[in-house]
Design a protein around this ligand. Structure first.
Ligand code: LLP
Length: 408
């Protein structure tokens, strides 16, 4: 919990709103986001990286809700988009094309055309073949396009294996020799201005040293080319999902990088660090059953609303809306989906609960709703934005009609 989510008068609040006041009329499951926390997180990144003159592009894959993007846009931050759909969303939220970076290992021709026609500020290129295609498209349009080459530095990031991207076996980026070749043969791409190198080595990075290694390698490669002086170091700033964990703050990354960055323009692409701890998922207890010595709390939220526990073994704290008065006992919190991996928490500690009691799954503002699915024909949940004492539904709950509309 943090200063945006706290118990007061025996019940859980988000900013100036008791969460029961949202759950009651809107129903559960429902995502709730705190505007104050998002703005605080952006300020923290700006304070850390501002002195380095860094520009911030929020990685909107973490949470692409339009109203939230509007808040982020007003904070003066650009975005990192990975599909035409994400670029379109960013535009709808009012983000100027010049503040959009377009990344991705498999951009289609149509997506690249859309990006050029929209005038996005940067394209992060991930292969020689993509360079060739982009050159053709830019030439057709008589456009000069600013690009960064995404380096695969071959470093092992200290993180979960599913979210590491900078190691030799990963599909991402361009290996150093090939990247050096592209730079040496820049004349082959007269419509592409190679202004920088991009090195995102993974998400939820638990140490700064691998980032530093990657940055040094990028600088070595760029060194002979005096106009390649932008380094986009990606995202990956970690979030504490467990209060007992110590993880490097954004300021520690900035301090470690500062000595090597003289003369370089820096870009960062934080996703998780902007939104993770600004969101929670409200769920209600359906049934409680004891079985083979285990207490199962079956709730109306599941892996279709929050995939991270099932996909990564991610652990999100779960707490009751009513502040516990009784002793906490171990519980396995599960959803209704017909999959054994549909476990929201295998090791929650909860008071004795009954059907209808509500709980909050914490720190789910990043990679929560964006990874939700309709598996088991489940309807994706609504999203609520809280700002002080105001709250509003910024995306409604899906209906059966929404799901069936596309089928003949
Ligand atoms: N830049 C690039 C090129 C990326 O691939 C990513 C995330 C980011 C920035 C933002 O990283 P962040 O600051 O959020 O760590 N679904 C996973 C995370 C996947 C991250 C994918 N790329 C999860 O739930 O943990």
């Amino acid at each position: 919990m943090n200063e945006s989510f706290f118990y007061r008068g025996g019940t859980l609040w988000c900013e100036g709103v008791p969460l029961e006041a949202i759950a009651e009329p809107v129903g559960t499951p429902v995502y709730v986001y705190s505007v104050a926390r998002v703005l605080r997180n952006i300020r923290r990144l700006q304070t850390a990286f501002g002195p380095l003159g860094a520009s911030i592009h929020y990685s909107l894959k973490a949470n692409a809700n339009l109203a939230l993007l509007g808040v982020i846009n007003e904070a003066g931050v650009g975005v990192d988009a990975v599909s035409a759909g994400e670029i379109a969303r960013a535009r709808l939220a009012g983000i100027p094309p010049s503040r959009i970076v377009f990344a991705g290992v498999g951009k289609t021709r149509a997506e690249l055309e859309y990006a050029l026609d929209t005038g996005v500020g940067w394209i992060n290129v991930e292969s020689q073949a993509e360079m060739a295609l982009l050159e053709t498209l830019a030439a057709d349009r008589r456009q000069i396009v600013t690009v960064a080459l995404r380096l695969n530095p071959g470093v092992e990031a200290a993180t979960h294996r599913h979210i590491a991207t900078g190691h030799a076996g990963a599909k991402f980026g361009i290996e150093p020799e090939v990247l050096a070749d592209i730079l040496d043969n820049r004349a082959a791409y007269p419509h592409l201005f190679i202004a920088g190198i991009h090195v995102h080595i993974g998400s939820q990075l638990t140490r700064v040293d691998a980032t530093l290694d990657a940055v040094r390698l990028a600088q070595e490669l760029a060194d002979p080319h005096s106009d390649v002086r932008t380094l986009n170091i990606g995202g990956g700033f970690p979030v504490r999902y467990d209060d007992a964990e110590t993880l490097p703050e954004p300021a520690e990354f900035a301090e470690a990088l500062q000595p090597v960055l003289d003369g370089w323009h820096i870009m960062i692409e934080p996703g998780r660090a902007v939104v993770a701890d600004a969101g929670l998922l409200l769920v209600s207890v359906l049934y409680v059953k004891e079985q083979y010595g285990r207490r199962f709390v079956i709730v109306d939220g599941s892996m279709t609303e929050l995939l991270r526990p099932a996909l990564y073994g991610a652990e999100h704290p779960i707490i009751p809306l009513r502040e516990p008065e009784s002793k906490l006992v171990p519980a396995t919190v599960v959803g209704p989906v017909c999959e054994s991996t549909d476990v929201l928490s295998p090791s929650a500690r909860l008071p004795r609960l009954a059907a209808g009691d509500r709980m909050a799954v914490l720190d789910v503002g990043a990679y929560g709703m964006v990874m939700a699915s309709n598996y088991n024909m489940r309807l994706r949940p609504p999203e609520v934005l809280v700002e002080g004492r105001q709250w509003r539904v910024v995306r409604r709950r899906e209906t059966l009609d929404d799901l069936l509309r596309l089928e003949q």
